[in-house]
Design a protein around this ligand. Structure first.
Ligand code: HEC
Length: 153
């Protein structure tokens, strides 16, 4: 009688499946890559348009001034590079506390595209910015709200 043997090929397949990057889903289980085309949009962003969009759509809840503070949403000065939900003194949702990623071009791009899909149960009453160029403009502007803006992608 022949003993059943597991072929190397099927072992490799199991390993590959286990190591494969998780499907796009909530940020708490997913580390989104930075799409090169989106990075290029950020490099070539229209900062004035980003600032104007922020003023119209974000500033009702967020302060972006260096010496500002929390409002309905947390203070966004220095948000890039900060771990999600760690602005001291702000009461974040449980959902946001579970994200545990730093805010980068990739994570901000993913969150701001569809906030509820990225952080289900989040406490931010803003659906998202579907248009890539507009979202890139806003993220390029957020980058400037920083003591030491990170390098462009
Ligand atoms: C209606 C109010 C509201 C609007 C409009 C809004 N936000 Fe927010 N935002 C919040 C709240 C509240 C939170 C905290 C969410 C939580 O704890 O789930 C938040 C969280 C965030 C965070 C995570 C901050 C951290 O410290 O982890 C970022 C980044 C952010 N908002 C960016 C934006 C941008 C950019 C816009 C405009 C495109 C925007 N928000 C529009 C209320 C708002």
């Amino acid at each position: 009688m022949r003993r059943p043997i597991i072929s190397l090929a099927s072992l490799a397949l199991v390993t590959a499946t286990a190591c494969a990057q998780a499907e796009p889903g909530p940020l708490k289980d997913y580390d989104p890559p930075l799409d090169p085309a989106f990075a290029a949009l950020i490099r070539n962003a229209d900062l004035d348009a980003g600032a104007a969009y922020f003023e119209r759509k974000c500033s009702q809840c967020h302060d972006g001034e260096k010496d500002g503070g929390d409002f309905k949403g947390p203070h966004l000065w220095n948000v890039m590079g900060r771990i999600a939900a760690t602005r001291e003194g702000f009461r974040y949702s449980e959902a946001m506390k579970q994200v545990r990623h730093a805010w980068t071009y990739a994570t901000l791009g993913y969150y701001l595209k569809n906030t509820e899909a990225a952080v289900p149960g989040r406490d931010m009453n803003f659906a998202g910015i579907d248009d890539d160029a507009t979202r890139a403009n806003v993220i390029a502007y957020l980058r400037t709200l920083n003591d030491a803006p990170p390098a462009l992608p």
